[in-house]
Design a protein around this ligand. Structure first.
Ligand code: AMP
Length: 402
C-alpha cells in the first residue's frame, strides 16, 4: 500500500510518499513560496534532489506539480497516481468534534474551515491542501489526522479553564493540546523499549522543538498535556511565551499603547527563547552562544529546563507515579545540554542520569539516558509524525475496505 502524507502550511506544502509494506519513504519534498514570487518544488527520490521552478499560485497547483513529479519518467517513483492508495493530511486542530482520523467529505472541509479561530495560522492552509488533493485527484481517498486527537481523552477537570462555564458552553473555550500524533508515536515506542504494553503504563513524553509540549499518558491515553486552547500555553518555546499571567496582556497594552492583537502577536512570535536571548529562537544558535558562556543563552536554557522539570513533576503527580519518560523533536533529540539540565534535577523520582550516554547517543538515533538501576528509564526517541500519519491513514482506509 502506498500513502502520500501531506503537511500544508500557508506558503509551503511538504510531502512524503510511503511504501507502507516496508514503511520506507520512496519520495519526499516541499513545494515552497506557494502564492508568492519564485515558487518552486524541491523533490527527493532515489537519493537525488531536484529543484523544479514553477509558478504555483495556490495549493491545488502545488499538489498537481507534486503528483506529476511522482509519475515523471525520469525523477518519478510510480507509473500512475492510481498507485497511491490514500492521502493522509496533517491537520493541526480538530476542535471538539474531530477526535479521530476522518475520511474527507465536503462537511469535513466546511467544518475545518470553521476552526480558523482555534488555529489562526494553520486552519486555512491545512484545508487548502485537502481541497487541492480533492480537486486534482478525486479518486484517491483523503484522510485527516488531527494533532489534537490524541488529547481528546483528557478528563474535564484537566481540559477546562477556571473561567465562567458559559465560555466553554458557548464558544468551546477549553484546553485542546497539540503534537498529539508525535506524543502517541513516541509514547508507543517508549513502552516498546521498556518492554511493557502501551495500554498498561504511565508515561511522560516531552516533545521539545520550536513548538514544545509535554504529555502525561496513562494506559495508552492522554490525561493531560501542556498546550492549551492554542499552542501558546505551557513550556517556553522558540518564539512563544508559554504559561503567563493573563493580566500581563492588559498591563502591556496600557504601558506600551499597543492593542491586544499586537501584544498577543508578541507573545506568539517575539517571546520564548527569542525574547529571552534577544537574538535567536533557534536552539542551534543558542547552543553556540551557550558554549561561549553567553549569559542570555545560559538563562534561556535554564528557564526552559526549569519549566520542563516543573511539568514532569506535575505530571508525575497527575499520573500518581511514572514508569518512563522520553525526549523527542528537534531540541529534545539534539540538545544533550538541555537534557542534562533537566535530568540531573530529578533525583527525587529515583532517576539516575547517565551523562556519558546522554552525550554519546548519535543524533537521529534512539537511546537510553539513564543507568540500568535508575528507578525510571528516560529515553531519547526520534519522532516521525509523517510515518504516524501514514499508519493512521492505512488503518482507516483498510477498515473501509472490510
Ligand atoms: P522542530 O520544531 O522539532 O523541527 O525543532 C526545531 C528546533 O530544533 C530548533 O530550535 C532547532 O534549532 C533545533 N535543532 C534542530 N537540530 C538541532 C541540532 N543539531 N542541535 C541543536 N538544536 C537543533
Amino acid at each position: 500500500m502506498k500513502v502520500l502524507v501531506v503537511n500544508a502550511g500557508s506558503s509551503s506544502l511538504k510531502y512524503q510518499l510511503f511504501d507502507m509494506d516496508t514503511e520506507e519513504v520512496i519520495a519526499k519534498g516541499n513545494a515552497e513560496r506557494i502564492g508568492l514570487d519564485g515558487s518552486f518544488l524541491k523533490h527527493k527520490a532515489k537519493g537525488v534532489e531536484t529543484i523544479l521552478s514553477k509558478v504555483l499560485t495556490n495549493h491545488a497547483e502545488a499538489i498537481k506539480l507534486i503528483l506529476d513529479t511522482l509519475v515523471d519518467a525520469q525523477i518519478g517513483v510510480i507509473k500512475s497516481i492510481d498507485e497511491i492508495d490514500a492521502i493522509g493530511h496533517r491537520v493541526v486542530h480538530g476542535g471538539s468534534e474531530y477526535t479521530k482520523p476522518t475520511l474527507v467529505n465536503q462537511k469535513v472541509i466546511d467544518d475545518l474551515r470553521g476552526l480558523v479561530d482555534f488555529a489562526p495560522v494553520h486552519a486555512i492552509p491545512n484545508t487548502d491542501g485537502i481541497i487541492g488533493c480533492v480537486q486534482v485527484a478525486p479518486q484517491i481517498p483523503n484522510v485527516t489526522v488531527f494533532d489534537t486527537a490524541f488529547h481528546s481523552t483528557m478528563p474535564d477537570y484537566a481540559y477546562l479553564y477556571g473561567i465562567p462555564m458559559e465560555y466553554y458552553r458557548d464558544y468551546a473555550v477549553r484546553r485542546y493540546g497539540a503534537h498529539g500524533t508525535s506524543h502517541k508515536f513516541v509514547g508507543q515506542k517508549l513502552a516498546e523499549y521498556m518492554g511493557v504494553p502501551f495500554d498498561k503504563c504511565k508515561l511522560i513524553t516531552c516533545h521539545i522543538g520550536n513548538g514544545s509540549s509535554i504529555t502525561a499518558i496513562k494506559d495508552g491515553k492522554c490525561i493531560d498535556t501542556s498546550m492549551g486552547f492554542t499552542p501558546l500555553e505551557g513550556l517556553i518555546m522558540g518564539t512563544r511565551c508559554g504559561d503567563i499571567d493573563a493580566n500581563v496582556i492588559q498591563f502591556l497594552c496600557k504601558k506600551t499603547g499597543l492593542d491586544v492583537n499586537q501584544v498577543t502577536d508578541i507573545l506568539n512570535k517575539k517571546s520564548g527563547l527569542l525574547g529571552i536571548t534577544e537574538r535567536s529562537s533557534d536552539m542551534r544558535d543558542i547552543c553556540a552562544m551557550y558554549e561561549k558562556g553567553d549569559k542570555a543563552a545560559v538563562l534561556a536554557l535554564e528557564m526552559l529546563a526549569y519549566r520542563i522539570k516543573k511539568y514532569i513533576g506535575a505530571y508525575a503527580a497527575a499520573l500518581d507515579g511514572v514508569d518512563g519518560i522520553c525526549f523527542t523533536a528537534g531540541i529534545g533529540e539534539n540538545t544533550p545540554e538541555l537534557r542534562e539540565m533537566v535530568l540531573t534535577g530529578l533525583k527525587y523520582l529515583g532517576i539516575k542520569f547517565d551523562k556519558d550516554a546522554n552525550y554519546s547517543i548519535p543524533r537521529g538515533e534512539d537511546g537510553l539516558l539513564t543507568s540500568k538501576d535508575s528507578a525510571i528509564p528516560v529515553y531519547v526517541i526520534s519522532t516521525n509524525e509523517e510515518l504516524a500519519i501514514a499508519k493512521e491513514t492505512v488503518e482507516l482506509v483498510s477498515n473501509l475496505k472490510k
